[in-house]
Design a protein around this ligand. Structure first.
Ligand code: HAM
Length: 429
């Protein structure tokens, strides 16, 4: 039999990576709790019809689709939003609004594997459903900012746009829905020339074309100034003007609330998912050109799934990518803060004492591994070194008589005799 490997695009997480992943996950849960988002767990497998309804061509074409043994067309979830919307359209339909719902788990997309792009990846996803107010959009931006900070990232920035600006133009020009979606997909991939060509071919007016050409060039970090310019540019397109005003309201709320968020507004920004109706955004770190998270407002999805009209806004963060960014920014010292200790008895008769000391340290919140292989001291220390433990506690007869142990700093190789009740102080130093 040939040597087995993981399927292309799939990864194993070895202990270090698994630990990092769980750490980011813990931060995501903490943020959910801080903002009042309740966790729900939805299935990995959903009906293809549900998942594909508004996923957009890009995501739709990359779904893992199959027939189950009952002949149903199903797929592995390429995101959480459709599942959450399904729940709110059905089981939760009569529950009081707003909903603040949190999901965390694995997501599947047949993307071309590369650094930060996998076929199985993890998202933390937050949906705020039932409010059309700008403070709801502001909350999702602030929550994302909090998560990035909690994860340990320092330098990151938001790219922000509003789907309503472009849709307002296209609707007034009476472009068909299908054509609009195709244009947005191209814009999402920054293929602006091709996108503009489609608009032109669809019979848009010269005024529309001029406006669009200027819009796709318009971006900047002086966000309120850029929004003013957008509003000025789209004059005469009523819905687009409304969209610009909505964007201004959200951004003003964020800045007046004292939140310092590094942001750029891009008038020609589009996202691949088709359900967005309002603000859209993505988060980036300076040294990586892939998004760590993305989201936006989608006011009609729940209705589309047969539920009550329910405006909604949400975001998903790519846990794998946050891990990469954190590693790149080397801000992981905090994770390593917990010192790692091995406890080694000098001889068999001292095993019980070794267990006792270990337990005492664990009770104080220190991570302890006790020697269980019966190795000689030198071998056990060598192994502790290899595994990058911080301290070895050596339990010997002579010291024990004095109520003490020997503590060895594995980095400096210094060792000293310390009273058992003082071990914690020695480790903390
Ligand atoms: P999305 O932008 O498609 O949005 O994905 C969100 C995040 O998932 C991305 O920013 C990225 O960090 C991560 N991600 C996407 N594809 C991959 C991949 N192949 N490998 C690793 N990470 C990846 C959504 O999924 C929407 N459901 C967000 C949302 C929620 N909008 C409203 N509510």
């Amino acid at each position: 039999m040939s040597e087995f490997q993981t399927v292309r695009g799939m990864r194993d997480f070895l202990p270090e990576e698994a630990k990092m992943m769980r750490y980011i996950e813990a931060q995501a849960r903490r943020v959910a709790e801080l903002y009042g988002y309740k966790e729900i767990i939805t299935p990995v497998v959903e009906s293809y019809e549900l998942l594909s309804a508004k996923a957009g061509e890009e995501v739709r074409s990359r779904m893992f689709v199959f027939k189950d043994l009952g002949g149903r067309d199903v797929a592995l979830r390429p995101e959480f939003t459709a599942s959450v919307a399904r729940l709110v359209a059905t089981t939760l339909r009569n529950e009081p609004r707003p909903f603040r719902l949190f999901c965390i788990g694995s997501i599947y997309r047949y993307d071309e594997p590369q650094r930060g792009r996998y076929r199985e990846f993890w998202q933390s996803n937050y949906e705020l459903m039932g409010s059309s107010k700008p403070e709801a959009d502001a909350e999702i931006l602030m929550l994302t900012n909090s998560l990035m900070r909690e994860a340990g990232l320092r330098k990151f920035a938001f790219k922000v746009g509003h789907v309503g600006v472009l849709r307002g133009l296209f609707n007034q020009e009476k472009l068909e829905d299908k054509v609009q979606s195709a244009i947005m997909q191209l814009m999402d991939k920054k293929q602006y020339d091709e996108a503009l060509k489609l608009v032109e071919d669809a019979g848009a007016s010269e005024k529309c074309m001029t406006t669009l050409r200027e819009l796709v060039e318009l971006k900047g970090s002086n966000v309120l100034v850029i929004v003013d310019k957008i509003e000025e540019l789209v004059k005469g397109y009523e819905k687009s003007v409304e969209a610009a005003k909505n964007l201004r309201e959200i951004l003003e709320l964020v800045s007046k609330s004292g939140f310092k968020i590094d942001m750029t507004v891009e008038a020609g920004f589009a996202r691949g998912l088709e359900y967005y109706t309002g603000i859209i955004f993505e988060v980036y770190v300076l040294d990586m050109d892939i998004a760590l998270g993305g989201g936006g407002r989608y006011d009609r999805l729940i209705e589309l799934f047969g539920g009550e009209p329910t405006p909604a806004v949400g975001v998903a963060h790519g846990i794998d990518r946050i891990m990469l960014a954190v590693q790149t920014q080397k801000s992981m010292q905090e994770i390593g803060r917990g010192k790692k200790v091995v406890v080694i008895p000098i001889k068999e008769e001292l095993r019980a004492e070794a267990l006792k000391v270990s337990q005492m340290l664990r009770d104080a919140g220190i991570s302890v591994e006790v020697e269980v292989m019966g190795r000689k001291m030198a071998k056990a220390l060598e192994d502790a070194d290899r595994r990058k433990m911080n301290f070895a506690i050596i339990v010997g007869e002579r010291e024990l008589k004095e109520g003490a142990i020997v503590i060895r700093n594995l980095a400096t190789r210094e060792q000293s005799t310390v009273k058992i009740e003082k071990i914690l102080d020695a480790i903390k130093d």
